[in-house]
Design a protein around this ligand. Structure first.
Ligand code: COA
Length: 419
């Protein structure tokens, strides 16, 4: 089976790219889904040093472009970045909720592994902010099991609140104890985020303005500045509603070795699916399916968690940052909260978590998130970090853990620098 490598990568600025008329409430788009996609695609192809003609096929990860922007069938739009070179090439959209672009990456890799393609393009994109809050919540709820969850008023903060309650019950944590654990995880993301020039909550943003860089600072906010969204989760436990795109060019390993001075390979892949409704799951205190995806990816790469030098995990809610940290084996079960309180996983740690600022600070344009995790880790592994860097040196083995829905779709990749 052919090995596969990242040969080009690009991440757009993440943020809320709209203008709101204060009097009428009318929303104007200041950076469209089309502009975001185009910027990411051109950026990745230019970064790869390959000619657009060399791209054999294109995968676009996007969760709900029709609900957010009225544009379904977004896959073919990728052609417009290089109409002459891309016209008539296969292009398709992949949907896997918040793991849409990780699903696109896996399918693109399978395309190379099958022997059909040599070099492929993956782009992840979501333009969320044209909708008001209620519309965003409704669109996201479509990734739950509608009959018993979204359709009965359950929201994503509500679904992950169930994990938070399960975690608290299983390990007997007090309310304040859990709150501090979650706030410690969030504060680390805010500290990393202000160093990332592409972050939604970056330098000069809300977390910087209010200096939310410690658990105490977050916990000391007045109630109205950090209200309960779905108990026990508060506003600052939730990821951001973000517009953005990220893209990768992926090639067969022999091509990458011949063409690039530095090469990062996909060393291991894991993909598992959990039952869709949380009512059908036991163990609401751990990510069972994600743990199985980790075992697959680590087995394929021949590594253990001790080999990891940096990871990007799916902190859609601070509780999920803890659960992902445990799923990757970086903390023992029930131990991640204490580890975050103790200051672990910062850029000074042996294995920093979310140097990018994660979904909490970099932002979470859902369909772009998986691709973005890979772009930022790839840059770290080349020694060209965007934002915070690992203090103990350039990481040579890293992993992503991206989940879709209420931890239903689980993708794990292990990346290894091989040149
Ligand atoms: N974290 C921290 N601050 C946030 C925030 C978040 N997630 N979302 C909004 N804010 C801040 C805004 O900056 C604004 O601050 P200001 O008053 O100082 O200007 C304030 O909160 C109000 O912003 P608004 O956009 O009106 O918030 P909202 O109530 O519409 O949205 C959430 C808040 C939590 C509902 C929204 O961020 C959300 O849905 N997040 C989760 C997204 C999600 O579920 N993704 C999929 C995960 S699987």
């Amino acid at each position: 089976m052919a090995g596969t490598c990242i040969v080009g990568a690009y991440n757009t600025q993440f943020g809320s790219f709209i203008q709101k008329n204060k009097e009428t409430g009318e929303i104007t788009d200041t950076k469209s889904i089309y502009q975001l996609m185009d910027e990411a695609i051109r950026g990745a192809v230019e970064d790869s040093g390959m000619a657009p003609e060399e791209i054999d096929a294109i995968w676009v990860g996007s969760f709900a472009p029709a609900l957010f922007t009225n544009q379904d069938h977004i896959g073919p739009y990728a052609l417009e970045s290089y109409p002459e070179a891309f016209r008539f090439k296969p292009a398709q959209r992949v949907e896997g909720a918040c793991a849409s672009s990780s699903m696109a990456i896996l399918n693109a890799i399978y395309g190379i592994e099958s022997g059909r393609y040599k070099t492929v393009l993956v782009v992840g994109v979501e333009k969320m902010n044209l909708l008001k809050s209620a519309g965003v919540t409704h669109a996201l709820a479509g990734a739950s099991f509608w009959p018993t969850e979204g359709g009965t008023g359950m929201t994503f903060p509500g679904l992950f609140a169930e994990y938070a309650k399960g975690y608290q019950k299983k390990y007997g944590f007090g309310d304040e104890q859990l709150r501090r654990m979650l706030a410690s995880a969030g504060a680390l993301m805010y500290r990393n985020g202000v160093l990332n020039p592409l972050a939604h909550f970056g330098k000069g943003g809300p977390s910087d303005k209010y200096q939310l860089f410690t658990a105490d600072a977050i916990m000391g906010l007045p109630e109205e500045k950090n209200p309960v969204v779905a108990a026990p989760l508060r506003l600052h436990d939730c990821s951001l509603v973000t517009d953005g795109a990220a893209a990768l060019v992926i090639s067969r390993t022999d091509i990458a070795m011949a063409r690039k001075d530095a090469v990062v390979e996909f060393a291991g892949l894991g993909h598992t699916t959990e039952r869709m409704a949380i009512a059908d799951r036991e163990n609401m205190h751990e990510l069972i399916a994600a743990k199985k995806a980790v075992a697959q990816a680590f087995g394929e790469a021949g590594i253990s968690s001790k080999d990891l030098k940096a990871v990007e995990v799916h902190d859609c809610f601070t509780i999920n940052q803890l659960l992902c940290t445990e799923a990757l084996g970086l903390s023992e079960d029930g131990g991640a909260g204490r580890d975050y309180v103790a200051g672990r996983f910062s850029p000074g740690d042996a294995c920093p978590v979310n140097l990018s600022g994660g979904l909490k600070a970099k932002g979470h344009p859902v369909g772009a998130t998986g691709a973005s995790m890979h772009v930022l880790l790839y840059k770290q592994m080349l020694g060209k970090p965007i934002g915070a860097a690992r203090a103990a040196g350039v990481p040579d083995v890293t992993a992503t853990l991206n989940v879709g829905g209420s931890a239903v779709t689980n993708s794990v990749t292990v990346l290894r620098r091989i040149k």
